[in-house]
Every structure is written in structure tokens, then in C-alpha cells.
Design a protein around this ligand. Structure first.
Ligand code: TMP
Length: 199
């Protein structure tokens, strides 16, 4: 690290355990003396609230949704992420750019357009896919899952896996116990931050 902060994105289909792992990663990094912050998309801004309300209601135009996610991301970057990066923080993002690549890519059927409308968002420095099967995701669901259609989630997972194959993300098997998944997460993230692996 050169004194500039960096973005660590935690991605995956709904139910993969992103929030638990992202928050734990922040605690771990802080315990190692690093300045780390947790943040999430969609945000709790007016735009994020609009998105969540559309998701609850369902039936919203996929292109409109894609634009809202991109707008919320600009807001998130300007208001939260960039100021943290300027302070040299490690920003652990519970969903970020590749959520749009995966979900909106599938929903709109226009992955290139989705990339285009997100061009202002920098790629994350480290991106991890917490990969679970759709079956497991649906079994785990304790609370509302925004997108429950197994076929859709299967396609989203496929998109995420393609992003891993293209080298944009690193895949972790997130089907196991929380502790085991966390150890794998640290194995991916720690060396890139100049830390040892031990959790
Ligand atoms: P959450 O459950 O992680 O808060 O996310 C809410 C939903 O928003 C989730 O089903 C995934 C979806 N989503 C997208 O479709 N595109 C995006 O860019 C983001 C950030 C989330």
C-alpha cells in the first residue's frame, strides 16, 4: 500500500453471508492496526431507499433499476468511499460494482451497457466472490431475499463465476462454516495488504 486507501469488495448472491464476513473482516483488519471501514450498497441514501422500495415491490424496469444502482454508486463514492480512501482507509464494501455487472447484466441482457453506465466507478482493488449454490442460498434465507427466482440467481451466479474466470474476482467456497469461510477470506485478502494469514 502506498498510503492511499483501497477498496475490498465482498460479493455474492443473496444469502452468501457477505455482511457477516465483511464486518468480520473489518474487525480483523482493525485488530491488526489497520484503518478499515465497513460500507454497503445499496446505500441508505434517498436513492438506496428508492432502490430497496422498488425491489420490495417488484416489477420495476430493469434498465431503470440499473441506472438507479449506478446513481447510488456515484453517491456512495463521493459521499463515503472517496473520503475514506483519501484518509488511507481500507474500505470493505458489502457489494459494489460487480453486483451491477452480475445482477443488472442478467436483468437487462445488456452487460456492456451496464459496464458503460458504471464507468465512473473505479474497479475494486480486491474483489472476493463468496460462492454458494443457489439451493444453499435459498435454504439459508432467514429474511427476505430480494431476488428469489432460482433460475435468475443461477444466471447471476454464472456471471459472478465468469468474472472470477476473467481475473476480476477471486472465488471462495462460502458453503461451509462461518469460521472456515472467514479463514479463506483472510487468506485471499491478507497477503495483498502485507499481512500474515492467521485469524
Ligand atoms: P443486499 O441484500 O445485499 O442489501 O442487496 C439488495 C439487493 O440488491 C440484492 O438482491 C442484490 C441487489 N443489487 C443489484 O441488483 N445490483 C447492485 O449493483 C447492488 C449493489 C445490489
Amino acid at each position: 500500500m502506498d498510503g492511499q486507501g483501497l477498496i475490498v469488495a465482498i460479493e455474492g448472491i443473496d444469502g452468501a453471508g457477505k455482511t457477516t464476513q465483511a464486518k468480520r473482516l473489518v474487525r480483523f483488519l482493525r485488530s491488526k492496526g489497520m484503518a478499515a471501514k465497513y460500507t454497503a450498497e445499496p446505500t441508505s441514501s434517498v436513492l438506496g431507499k428508492m432502490i430497496k422500495s422498488y425491489l420490495r415491490r417488484g416489477g420495476v424496469d430493469p434498465h431503470l433499476l440499473a441506472l438507479l444502482f449506478a446513481a447510488d454508486r456515484i453517491y456512495h463514492l463521493k459521499k463515503t468511499v472517496n473520503p475514506m480512501l483519501e484518509k488511507g482507509h481500507i474500505v470493505v464494501c458489502d457489494r459494489y460494482l460487480y453486483s451491477s455487472y452480475a445482477y443488472q447484466g442478467v436483468m437487462t441482457g445488456q452487460p456492456l451497457w451496464v459496464r458503460e453506465i458504471n464507468r465512473m466507478a473505479p474497479h475494486p482493488d480486491i474483489a472476493v466472490l463468496l460462492d454458494i449454490s443457489v439451493e444453499e442460498a435459498l435454504r439459508r434465507k432467514k429474511r427476505r431475499i430480494s431476488f428469489e427466482d432460482p433460475d435468475f440467481l443461477e444466471q447471476v451466479r454464472g456471471e459472478y463465476l465468469r468474472l472470477c474466470e476473467s481475473g476480476l474476482m477471486v472465488k471462495i467456497d462460502a458453503g461451509g462454516e462461518i469460521d472456515a469461510v472467514f479463514r479463506e477470506l483472510v487468506k485471499v485478502v491478507a497477503p495483498r495488504l502485507g499481512l500474515k494469514h492467521e485469524t
